[in-house]
Design a protein around this ligand. Structure first.
Ligand code: ATP
Length: 284
């Protein structure tokens, strides 16, 4: 599958620069991709750590194969992979400002309402594309959105992303595995039913993260408390200075009945309207 969706890149065309991040199974470096007769392009190089198992390697490359099927302004683009020599690498476009969660913390209270909503629109637009491609992300959170030098936000981290099968009516039922509770819809952590509508729930949490400059959803509650309270219909409060209609949109994304939640098209349309007519936001 990797061969089909990801281009093999010649290791000699890659210049490795500094370390920029580290996950459980991979290190992320900045680098330059220097193809013959083309200007060099800055890239991020995700390098599988030594000592990884065959299963780690397979999951790592599956993520690249998923990414390789997407082509959208608001989805982090895959340049290619190195698989025929060691270590195995995934090469993606370089996102100068890193993870959205870190970026918001580092720039607390520096953005206008409109700038924040433009970030949200980008993410919603990337998710609209993902939904159209019939994939569910399952791990949408500000930490998994990357920001480029022009403040364009792009969805990344497709480790949990799954394609929806025709026969399963838009639902992906997991066998198990870790679930990011605070970002996940109740039907997904209770019955493992992941859909585009559960991604919409997560988008609501991301919108809340944006408006709070990446506060932790539900603060210091533990995961059991979060699940109990959300099941009892508790919802995150409106962040300070958050326009009422923006919190209303979050609340729509957090409807207990998933069929009542807006679609990503609806969300993009709403955000567009508010960005074009900022007076609509002046209600608090
Ligand atoms: P995890 O174990 O949490 O899933 P991971 O191995 O998937 O981590 P990432 O979260 O993809 O690693 O990347 C770790 C960090 O590296 C990110 O938080 C971000 O700061 C940086 N990073 C990743 N991809 C890029 C990119 N394309 N451009 C710039 N920085 C990036």
């Amino acid at each position: 599958a990797v061969r089909k969706f990801a281009k093999e890149i010649d290791r000699r065309e890659i210049k490795l620069e500094g370390l920029i991040g580290e996950g459980e199974f991979a290190k992320v470096h900045k680098g330059m991709l220097c193809r013959p007769n083309e200007p060099p392009v800055p890239v991020a190089l995700k390098v599988l750590k030594p000592g990884s198992t065959a299963k780690n390697r397979e999951d790592f490359l599956t993520e690249a194969a998923v990414m390789g099927q997407f082509k959208d302004l608001n989805i982090v683009a895959l340049e290619g992979v190195v698989t025929i020599s060691h270590p195995v690498m995934i090469i993606t476009e370089f996102m100068h400002n890193g993870a959205l969660s870190d970026y918001l913390v580092q720039n607390k209270n520096r953005f206008s309402e409109i700038e924040l909503l433009v970030m949200a629109r980008g993410i919603a637009s990337g998710m609209k594309y993902l939904a159209k491609m019939r994939f569910v992300h399952r791990d949408l959170a500000a930490r998994n959105v990357l920001v480029n030098e022009n403040l364009v936000c792009k969805v990344a981290d497709f480790g949990l992303t799954r394609e929806l099968e025709e026969s399963c009516q838009g639902e992906y039922v997991t066998q198990g595995g870790k679930i990011p509770i605070r970002w996940t819809a109740p039907e997904a952590y209770k019955h493992r039913r992941f859909t585009t509508a559960s991604d919409v729930w997560s988008f609501g949490i991301v919108l809340w993260e944006i408006m709070t400059y990446a506060d932790r959803p539900y603060g210091d509650w533990d995961n059991y408390m979060v699940m109990d309270q959300v099941t009892a219909n508790y919802r995150l409060f409106a962040p300070t200075n958050c326009p009422k209609i923006v919190h209303q949109l979050m609340m729509e994304c957090w409807k207990a009945d998933r069929s009542q939640r807006p679609s990503f098209s609806d969300i993009v349309e709403m955000l567009e309207r508010w960005i074009r007519n900022p007076y609509l936001l002046k209600d608090y």
